[in-house]
Write a protein that binds this ligand. Structure first.
Ligand code: FES
Length: 208
C-alpha cells in the first residue's frame, strides 16, 4: 500500500463505515469523476420534520482515497441537518482523514459532490428548493470542483479563472496558469471534463 496514505485513510479504506445500499433511503445520488471515470453513490434517510440525516450509506467504484472519503463523509453527515451537511467541504473531509496526496484530491471532491447532489435532489423532490436554471453561475459552481493539485484548492478560489462567459451554448474561459506550470494540461483536461457533462454546453473555448 502507498505510504503516502495516512493511518486514517487506510483504516477507512480497509474498514469502510456505512457501506452498501440503504434499503429505506429517501434519496440516492450517483456521481462520476470526470478525472478518472470512477463512481460513487450515496443514500440518505432524512427525517422530514427535522431535516436531520438519520441514516446514510455509500457504494464506491473508486480508489482507496475515494472509499475512505466517502466513508468518513457518511460519519460527518450523519446526525446533521441537510443544511449543515451540505456545508461540508472536500477540504474538511480530506483534513479529517489526516490529508490526502495532491493527485488524489479529486477523489475526495467526488465524494463530497455526491453528498451535495443527494441533498439537492432531496430538496428538489420535496419542493424545498427549485431546480436551478442553467447559467454562468452554475458553470462557476462546477469550476469550484476543479482542484489545482499543487495546493489542494479549487481554481475559482485561487482566482485562476480570469474570464468566463456563456452564450448560445458556448463557454469561453480564460485561465491564469503560467506556461511553465506542469499541471497546465491536467487542469485544462479537468475543466473540459467537468463542463462536458452539461448538455447545455455545445462548445468550450479555453485559453490560458
Ligand atoms: Fe478515481 Fe480516486 S482515482 S476516485
Amino acid at each position: 500500500m502507498n505510504t503516502q496514505y495516512s493511518q486514517k485513510v487506510l483504516d477507512h479504506f480497509m474498514h469502510p463505515r456505512n457501506l452498501g445500499i440503504l434499503e429505506l433511503a429517501d434519496v440516492k445520488a450517483t456521481e462520476g469523476s470526470p478525472a478518472c471515470g470512477d463512481q460513487v453513490s450515496l443514500y440518505l434517510k432524512v427525517n422530514p420534520k427535522t431535516m436531520v440525516i438519520e441514516d446514510i450509506s455509500f457504494q464506491s467504484y473508486g480508489c482507496a482515497s475515494n472509499i475512505a472519503t466517502a466513508s468518513i463523509i457518511t460519519e460527518m453527515a450523519k446526525g446533521k441537518t441537510l443544511d449543515e451537511a451540505e456545508k461540508i467541504t472536500w477540504k474538511e473531509s480530506a483534513d479529517a482523514l489526516g490529508g490526502l496526496p495532491a493527485v488524489k484530491m479529486h477523489c475526495s471532491v467526488l465524494a463530497v459532490d455526491t453528498l451535495k447532489s443527494a441533498i439537492k435532489k432531496y430538496k428538489i423532490e420535496h419542493h424545498l428548493i427549485e431546480k436551478e436554471k442553467f447559467s454562468k453561475d452554475l458553470i462557476l459552481k462546477e469550476l469550484r470542483s476543479v482542484v489545482y493539485p499543487n495546493v489542494g484548492e479549487d481554481i475559482v478560489s485561487l482566482k485562476m479563472v480570469k474570464y468566463l462567459s456563456f452564450d448560445k451554448g458556448v463557454v469561453t474561459i480564460d485561465l491564469d496558469v503560467p506556461s511553465f506550470d506542469p499541471m497546465r494540461d491536467n487542469i485544462a483536461e479537468e475543466v473540459r471534463e467537468h463542463l462536458g457533462k452539461f448538455p447545455e454546453i455545445k462548445d468550450i473555448k479555453l485559453t490560458m
